[in-house]
Design a protein around this ligand. Structure first.
Ligand code: HEM
Length: 418
C-alpha cells in the first residue's frame, strides 16, 4: 500500500507521483481547502490550475467558450503550448466545427449501427474470458483486455480482419508512452504508420455508402465542403486514442477490484447486483482518465481565485469521482451504488462519444466473469501504467477457478453456432 500524501506540494506532472503515492488524502484536502489550486511552474514548464470538486469540473466542462480544448485537452499538450490536431480532431475542436464533426461521427455511433458491433463485443469477450479461465492463471491484461477494445474500434472503422494485427501492433507501440525500452522516435514512427494506413483506407472508401467511420467521414460534406484529409485521418486515429487504453484499463481495474473484494465479487456472481450498476461502479472506481484540461480564454473568477486568460485549467476526474458531496461513502467500492453520476466519461459538449460502447465492453466482461469463474485472485505483482493521464494496470496476473458446468455449456453453444 502506497503512503498517503497530505502535503499539498505534489507534482502532478511527474508520472511517478501516481505510481508511488496514494493521493486520496491529497484530493480530499484540496476539495475541502483549496478547490481551485495553483500548481506552481517548474523549470521549462508553466504552472496550471487544479480543479478537484465535482461541481467545478462541470462548470469548466460546460463552458467551451471560456475554457477551450483547441490548444490541448491533456497536460502533455497544454504544457507544450499547443496541440497540432487542434481545430481538426473532434476532441480538440470547439464551437460550430466541433458540433458539425461530432454530428458526422455520431452517425457511426447510432444504436442501429452499433448493434452488430455490440454483439461481436459480447461474443468476443465471452470467448476471451472463457479461454483465460481455462488457462487457470494468466496475465489478464495480455490475454483478455488488450484484444477487446482494439477489435471494437476496428469494427467501428471497418478495418479488414487481415490488417488488425498490424494496427494492434502499431498502436501498442504508439501509445506505450514512457514504457521501458520505448524511445520517442519509435512512438512517432508508429503513429505515422497508423495515419498513413488510414489515409490509404480512406482512398478505398471514397464513394462507399457504408456506415463505418472512415466511409462516413470521407464521403461527408459540411456546407457542401468535404473534410480535409488531415481531419479524416486524425478523427479516425482519435478512436484509437479515445477507445483503446481507457477501456482496457477499466477492464483490468474491474478484475483487480473484484479479486480483492470477496463480498462484492459474490454479490455480482450470485446476481445480487446487476451488471449495469456494477459497470458504472467499475468506471467510477477505475477512473482511467485521471484528468483532462482546457485553456481559459478570458479572466474567470472561481472560489475567489482569478483564472487569467491563457491559463491552463486541469480538471481531475480522480478527485471528482470521490467527491463526498456527491457520492455517499465515496471510498467504498459498491457495485450496487445508486445514484452513480460519475464523470469517468467527462461532461458537456465533449462528453465521450464511445461511452455506450465502453459500457457494452465492461458489462460483457462482468457477465463473462460471473458466468465462467467461481472465484478469482491476483496471482502476482501487477504493473502500473506509467502516466500522469491514464491510471491502471498494464500487467495483471490473475488466477481463476473454473465453473466447469458453465464452461462446458459455452463450449456446446460455440459448437452449435459453427
Ligand atoms: C471523449 C473517457 C471510451 C471516443 C472522452 C472524454 C472522456 C472520455 C473523459 C472527454 C474528454 C474531454 O472533455 O476533453 C473515456 C473512458 C472510456 C472511453 C473512461 C472507457 C472506459 C471511448 C471509446 C471511444 C471513445 C470506446 C470510441 C470508440 C471518444 C471520442 C471523444 C471522447 C471520439 C471526443 C468527443 C468530443 O470531443 O466530442 N472520452 N472514453 N472513448 N471519447 Fe472516450
Amino acid at each position: 500500500m502506497a503512503a498517503q500524501v497530505l502535503d499539498l506540494d505534489v507534482d502532478l506532472v511527474d508520472p511517478e507521483t501516481f505510481t508511488r503515492e496514494d493521493l486520496g488524502a491529497y484530493w480530499r484536502r484540496l476539495r475541502q481547502e483549496d478547490p481551485v489550486h495553483w500548481h506552481p511552474a517548474a523549470p521549462g514548464r508553466p504552472g496550471f490550475w487544479v480543479i478537484s470538486r465535482y461541481a467545478d469540473l462541470m462548470t469548466v466542462y460546460r463552458d467551451p467558450a471560456r475554457f477551450t480544448s483547441e490548444q490541448g485537452n491533456v497536460l502533455v499538450t497544454l504544457l507544450a503550448g499547443e496541440d497540432s490536431a487542434g481545430g481538426k480532431m473532434c476532441a480538440v475542436t470547439d464551437g460550430a466545427r466541433h458540433r458539425e464533426v461530432r454530428n458526422l461521427l455520431l452517425k457511426s455511433f447510432s444504436p442501429r449501427v452499433l448493434a452488430p458491433i455490440a454483439d461481436r463485443v459480447r461474443r468476443n469477450t465471452a470467448r476471451r474470458v472463457a479461454r483465460a479461465v481455462l488457462l487457470g492463471e494468466c496475465d489478464f491484461a495480455a490475454e483478455v483486455s488488450e484484444h477487446i477494445p482494439m477489435s471494437t474500434v476496428s469494427d467501428l472503422l471497418g478495418v479488414p480482419e487481415s490488417d488488425r494485427a498490424f494496427l494492434l501492433d502499431r498502436s501498442r507501440e504508439a501509445l506505450s508512452s514512457g514504457a521501458a525500452g520505448q524511445s520517442e522516435e519509435d512512438g512517432w514512427s508508429a503513429r505515422s504508420d497508423i495515419l498513413l494506413y488510414f489515409a490509404d483506407l480512406m482512398e478505398q472508401r471514397r464513394g462507399s455508402d457504408a456506415e463505418d467511420v472512415i466511409s462516413v467521414l470521407v464521403n461527408a460534406r459540411i456546407n457542401g465542403v468535404p473534410l480535409t484529409r488531415e481531419e479524416i485521418v486524425l478523427n479516425c486515429y482519435s478512436l484509437i486514442l479515445g477507445g483503446d487504453e481507457t477501456s482496457r484499463l477499466t477492464m483490468n481495474d474491474a478484475v483487480h477490484s473484484l479479486a480483492g473484494d470477496r463480498e462484492q465479487w459474490l454479490a455480482l456472481r450470485e446476481g445480487r447486483v446487476g451488471t449495469d450498476s456494477a459497470c458504472e461502479e467499475a468506471l467510477r472506481w477505475a477512473t482511467p482518465t485521471m484528468h483532462f484540461g482546457r485553456r481559459a480564454t478570458e479572466t474567470v473568477e472561481l472560489h475567489g481565485k482569478e483564472i487569467q486568460a491563457g491559463d491552463i485549467v486541469t480538471v481531475w476526474h480522480s478527485s471528482a469521482n470521490r467527491d463526498e458531496t456527491v457520492f455517499a461513502d465515496p471510498d467504498r467500492f459498491d457495485l450496487a451504488r445508486t445514484p452513480n453520476r460519475h464523470v469517468a466519461f467527462g461532461y458537456g459538449p465533449h462528453f465521450c462519444l464511445g461511452a455506450h460502447l465502453a459500457r457494452v465492453e465492461i458489462t460483457a466482461l462482468l457477465d463473462a466473469l460471473r458466468r465462467f469463474t467461481t472465484s478469482l485472485e491476483v496471482a502476482g505483482e501487477p504493473a502500473r501504467f506509467h502516466s500522469n493521464f491514464l491510471a491502471g494496470f498494464s500487467r495483471l496476473p490473475v488466477r481463476f477457478t473454473r465453473d466447469k458446468a458453465e464452461l462446458s455449456a459455452f463450449a456446446a453453444e460455440l459448437k452449435a453456432d459453427r
